[in-house]
Design a binder for this molecule. Sequence first.
Ligand code: NAD
Length: 700
Amino acid sequence: MSLTATSPSRDLSDTVRYALHGRAAVIFLDNPPVNGLGDTVRRGVHEGLALARADAGVDAIVIAGAGKAFCGGADIRQFNTPAATARPMLRDVIAAIEASGKPVVAAIHGFALGGGLELALGCHYRVAQAGARLGLPEVNLGLVPGGGGTQRLPRLIGVLPALEMIQSGKPLDAAAALAAGLVDAVAEGDLLDAALSYALERAHLASHPVASRRALSADGVDFSAARARVNPKARNAIAQRAAVDCVEAATRLPIEAGLDEERRLFDALVEGDASKALRHLFFAEKEAPRVSGGGRAGEVGRVGILGAGTMGGGIAMAFSNAGYSVTLYERDQAALDRGMALIRKNYEITAAKGKLDAAGVEARLARIAPSLDLQDLAPADLVIEAVFEDMAVKQAVFRQLDAVCKPGAILATNTSRLNIDEIAACTARPEAVIGLHFFSPANVMKLLEVVRGARTGADVIATCMAVAQKIGKIPVLVGVCEGFVGNRMLTGYWREAGFLLEEGASPQQIDGALTRFGMAMGPLAMADLAGMDINWATRKRLAPTRPAHLRYSKVADRICELGRFGQKTQAGYYRYEPGSRQPLPDPVVDGIIEECAREAGIVRRPVSDEEIVERCMLALVNEGARIIEEGIAQRASDVDVVYVHGYGFPGARGGPMFYAQTLGLAATLEKIRALQRVHGGHWAPAALLEHRVEEGATVF
Ligand code: NAD
């Protein structure tokens, strides 16, 4: 017998089948892709249980999943809809299982996650296939388990292991679950056979174990300490603390009251902005790699990289980590040696943290072949250029690559801002040229902006989106413009920060207000980290195109004119002690700010934190809306993915475009218009925002 066996079965609902196997009934969840526990699944299982319990020919019941897994949990698309609360709820289904005199066994293959594991916890026994994963990942969506998981899991495996599982959201594999007491048996062979035998062997027993009736001891567990250990910066901090509340409730309250308390906390979270934001991101991240245009992804075997500097080295590591063979080319031996030494050092740091063993370090290094001969890039299927950010240098490199690389090879540039079309125009194969904009450190940051040029081929785009996912990145397809999506939006964000300095805020106040809002770093500390000289060069390059009538803050230029480029020169918006990354206030900068304000005729005033957050955030939102309107991003949620994964935007706020939606699009437009009245032209509202508000839309 196998999980896909078509023994005579009947449909109990669109998503649940019922079959008899001898003296056992099998209830199959059949709701692709992951058997989510939507309303029809819950109703079908409830009905199946009633049938099996009433049938004198049935001695035991197995609940199993069709397809690739037992059950992936609640159907999160139904959250905040009436279907989510339609009876029977999961709690009613589990009550029916617990009331059954006939043993009910969960047959778990693939995974049992979230509500799927809660359903299994409600069963008398759990038999898992070797390799199956069991977990309660609700915290990742800013939630706590809402179907009894926080009450039953501690009763089965103990308070501390349960807290760890619920707070981390990390699943256990079948072997670990067996050791923890979460499953009763692991099946090496056919799971359904094993589960049926397990159930029938126990059919004669007078009673069966019910997790919710087990005694629970919380001896020595310090719940306050567990709450205090939650990282307040974690995107799901609220949910993690609520998870502690739930488990504590399990130790204090009888089961029914504990389930009520869990549900109360779940309902509060599901209605809250933080969980809505995290659920938005969950879908946004899944959606991001999807592109229209119908290209076919080709195979990438060997990867070539030019430039072993900050980015080239990180990109080489990202590919090597995923098992790709990499050729890393540099223009001279010293630069190549420096680059390879840094890669080795980075791997050794990872090993020192216990995340990689010595063999792992050597294997990763062995996959990166250093080279001073451009011919070595000839066999590469994908070549990524990460040399200096200078159009003439990049064009020269692309001419050489065009001559050397095999036909069909993809030629990519890691440029942060330069025009891909101008680079492509230097080659005889513009359809093969694309931007792959990695973020620093490239072996860590998950975001990849895939920049499509005017002539980039659909297959080339599809290949790059696929390869990005193979190396663990979230690719977002963007169009050519100054700074693409992420860096283009930064321009307005930094512009407002500069204006706010002149108007009366200090660097510390601006960075403090935005980090309290949730940004990983404030804009000025971030400029110091990235290197102020890079933006300075961009401003100089763009100066001829800057409209003369628009206000311009000279603060950043003046700081750079003193040779202060940020952390690398131990001075930028802040000063830095040797060897330290700690930004310290600097009176020199205060003086520059006061001087710039005086020259611009600005009378400095107290600026509130609220104004700082509003102006910096709305600058992001307005530019984001223009980017969507121009088709530079495929969708609003892609802009959110870029900001959360590339720029330290707080996940619990869902990204700038989602944040605007939580403010309300009409309210956002109203605020932008008010800023336009006071501050003028920079604040012309994006046409898309105006249109969406005219249409009465609540989303972009
Ligand atoms: P870097 O100065 O650290 O490294 C550039 C490397 O390229 C140097 O090692 C240099 O020797 C080498 N190089 C120069 N010309 C070469 C040539 N003709 N052939 C081979 N090697 C050559 O610079 P980086 O920070 O790694 O930036 C590289 C590219 O990545 C730039 O286009 C930059 O805009 C982009 N980028 C940088 C970041 C970042 O945060 N640093 C982020 C995203 C993108």
